[in-house]
Write a protein that binds this ligand. Structure first.
Ligand SMILES: [Zn+2]
Length: 536
């Protein structure tokens, strides 16, 4: 009997987003990909034919779910297989030899849930696929939640499980609790006073090569050749920021370089980067394909008998895009954390943000949407909507990731999707947020360029102040477009830096991002102003 078999490893979001360092995040994403790879390879050894994910040469990243076609003599064999494949996936942790501490292994064992479903497949692909999808959703819904209810000190990162590994000094209210726990080794990279549960610990000590912190991304526009001249500072990018050159940061992070020498290096560093702008901010970009459910269910197809081939093509095109995305977003522009399946998560240096978004969007269309439209005669565009959050490198990473997820959701609510929601989380606590279509990214970029060259950004605060008085209770601006345009023109004339400044062109740029929802308009301008001040 032939079956379609769908397997998914959960929980992904919880696992990924509980991260303090960029390294935790990257480690977590690598672990998930490895688990999925192991499961898939095991299934292939048992004769499975993969429907998704399809692979392209030179990539090694696996999404957290796979769909295969596989034959068994009877249902018993299918059940055995599903148990074995789950054991293989979870067996990955034994191979890591993390520690023989029982609490650590218990945390890891309890954390991951492997769900699978199968349906008989006698050539009717769509029917079998719908069934296997529905069954998996049902299995996930019936998940039995175990209440942990442990007493004791909670993990510094997730706050959910108890501490399993800690670094001194750590006070326990009940000293007895300490004795079953492991004290971290120096190479484990825990901060003083940090205590991690087994799951968060596993991510932290992952051997995969990654940038350590978000400061690495923020500093990337300062050329590596310059940064590497500074022996001490270049060991930890946070040391390129003066606020960390003090005893409390050094103690907490086990930095054992002489502070005096570091301060000396910092002075020289500032001298060397006079031509560059150093920023403390970076951007997170998170997206997945719009209407994935509709695309996968075959709603976009004229002929659903081609659904299986269509699935393979979608998956193959996504894999091609993922490979390309990793080439686009890498040092010195930033780093890709994961790209695979339909999901993408990357960190971008602010100086490259607009260029990276534009390029990703254009490649998504070229590598995924256009080939599908052509081959299957589909008129709809396959698009993506992105949450982009600009944050200070000291803002807790978990907060930034959850804001990025919220932004992504807001972008997806924009009519027609194909949108971005751009949010700035300032260190001061001020938040600015604007939602617009991908095609407007270029306009915002041009406004930033014009601010750099030709206009003082004072017109933005003037405009905001003036128009805010005319905003109605529903947040909409009560003003004719022609009046708005002439007022923008007048304000720009007052803030041009030279007589050559093209006021009319800038007026058109600014007016073209106008939306009735005044806040989206004024926030888009405020974000442009913010980015301009932070980049070169
Ligand atoms: Zn934890």
């Amino acid at each position: 009997m032939k079956y379609l078999f769908l397997l998914t490893i959960t929980p992904v979001q919880e696992f990924i987003s509980h991260s303090r360092k960029l390294k935790d995040l990257y480690g977590g994403s690598h672990i998930l990909s490895e688990m999925s790879r192991i499961g898939l390879e095991y299934a292939q050894k048992k004769g499975a034919v993969v429907i998704f994910p399809q692979k392209v040469e030179g990539t090694n990243s696996y999404p957290n779910r796979f769909l295969i076609e596989i034959s068994f003599e009877n249902e018993e064999d299918l059940k055995d297989f599903s148990k074995d494949v789950s054991d293989e996936v979870l067996g990955y942790f034994q191979s890591l030899n993390i520690t023989n501490n029982k609490i650590v292994s218990q945390h890891i064992e309890d954390f991951f849930q492997i769900y699978w479903s199968a349906s008989e497949y006698n050539g009717e692909y769509k029917e079998a696929f719908d069934k296997v999808e529905n069954r998996l959703a049902g299995a996930k819904n019936s998940r039995f939640f175990t209440q942990l209810g442990e007493v004791g000190r909670k993990c510094s990162i997730c706050g959910e499980r108890n501490i399993a590994v800690y670094k001194k000094p750590m006070r326990f209210y009940i000293e007895e609790q300490r004795k079953n726990l492991v004290e971290a080794k120096k190479s484990d990279n825990l901060q003083h006073g940090e205590g991690l549960c087994g799951v968060c610990y596993m991510k932290r000590i992952s051997k995969v090569k990654s940038f350590d912190s978000t400061a690495d991304i923020a500093i990337m526009n300062i050329p590596l050749e310059i940064r590497e001249k500074f022996n001490y500072l270049s060991q930890d990018s946070q040391l390129f920021y003066e606020e960390n050159l003090d005893k409390s940061y050094f103690d907490k992070n086990d930095v054992d370089y002489p502070l005096e020498e570091c301060l000396k290096e910092y002075k020289q560093f500032k001298g060397e980067i006079k031509d560059f702008k150093q920023t403390s901010y970076y951007a997170v970009v998170m997206f997945d394909g719009d209407d994935m459910g509709k695309w996968l269910s075959g709603q976009k197809l004229n002929d659903t008998s081609k659904l299986k081939e269509f699935h393979k093509d979608i998956s193959l095109n996504l894999a091609k895009f993922a490979k390309r995305a990793r080439e686009i977003l890498k040092e010195p522009k930033g780093m890709t954390v994961y790209a695979g399946g339909e999901d993408f998560l990357g960190f971008v240096n602010l100086n490259n943000l607009f260029e990276v978004i534009k390029e990703l969007n254009s490649e998504f269309s070229t590598l995924i949407s256009e080939p599908l439209q052509e081959k299957y005669n589909i008129t709809d565009n396959f698009t993506f909507s992105a949450g982009i959050v600009i944050a200070h490198y000291k803002t807790p990473l978990g907060t930034v990731l959850s804001e990025a997820r919220k932004s992504e959701k807001k972008a997806k609510k924009n009519s027609g999707k194909d949108s971005v929601c751009l949010t700035v989380l300032k260190r001061s606590g001020e938040i600015r947020e604007s939602i617009f279509k991908h095609k407007k990214v270029e306009i915002v970029k041009n406004i930033v360029n014009q601010l750099k060259e030709n206009f003082s950004d004072s017109f933005i605060s003037n405009l905001e102040r003036e128009f805010l008085m005319m905003v109605k209770e529903d947040g909409k601006l009560d003003l004719k477009k022609s009046l708005l345009t002439s007022e923008i023109n007048r304000l720009l004339n007052r803030s041009k830096k030279s007589d050559d400044a093209e006021v009319d062109m800038m007026t058109e740029l600014v007016s073209s991002i106008y939306t009735k929802e005044f806040r989206h308009f004024s926030d888009a301008l405020a974000i442009a102003k913010f980015i301009n001040r932070e980049i070169q």
